[in-house]
Every structure is written in structure tokens, then in C-alpha cells.
Design a protein around this ligand. Sequence first.
Ligand code: THU
Length: 134
Amino acid sequence: MGSDQKTNVALVQAALDAQRNAYAPYSKFHVGAAILTNDGETFVGCNVENSSFGLTICAERVAATAAVANGSNKFEIIAIVSPGGVPPCGACRQFLAEFNPDIPILIVDSNHPKEIKEVSLTDLFPQGFRFFQE
Ligand code: THU
């Protein structure tokens, strides 16, 4: 599952770099994400909070929208880094499933960045909603 170790480490590093840009003055919980697309490009995101809390956007969806806006919607793998190494929220699972329901997810605790845990969205989010059933 996933790609080779060197690719994974580079993707985690991209997510760690993006985490530094997190705008999270309210929760102070900084998250970074990086998506590798099938054309070999990497797109990153960080969480962006707002005074109106409900408008907050997660790092994963920022990375996903950046990829799509740049013409790449075939997601190969995503790395997510956060304090403690949390799995993606439910909304992000649905959002990622749109583009790749089987996407491998690298989950990393930013306090232990060398420990890379890999899970599949298939396991985290089985039977997600699809507008068009195949
Ligand atoms: N957050 C993410 O960026 N990704 C997730 O999957 C879960 C939560 C952010 C949103 C908010 O800025 C902060 O973490 C606390 O919920």
C-alpha cells in the first residue's frame, strides 16, 4: 500500500512545512497536509481558522482544493501531520473520498515526525456518500 519510503518521507516533510503556516489562533492546533497526485505533483494545505469558528477549513481540504484548482484531481496519497497524529475529521474523509476512496493516508505526530503510520481511507470511511452510484 502507498508508495516507496523516500516518497513518503518527502510528502511528510511537505506537510510539516505547511503545518508551519497554519492559521490557528483559536484552537492553537496546527495541522499540515500534503497530497501527491498521479502526475507527481505535491499540493499542500494547513488549517485556516476564522473568528466565525464554523468557517474554519481543515488542512486536508485546503490541500485538496489547491490540487484541484491547479488541474490535478487524481490523488495518489496524502500525508497529515498534527500534534498527536490525529486521523482526518469526518468531513475531510468525505471530501477525500470524492477523489480517491482508497487513498493511502500517512498519519504523523509532528512531535515524532519520523514515525509514519499508514492507513487507508477505505478502512476509515467505508460506504461514503456518492451522488452517482457506480
Ligand atoms: N483540523 C484539521 O485541520 N484537520 C482535521 O482533520 C481535524 C481538525 C483543524 C481544524 C481546526 O483549525 C483545528 O484543527 C481544531 O479542530
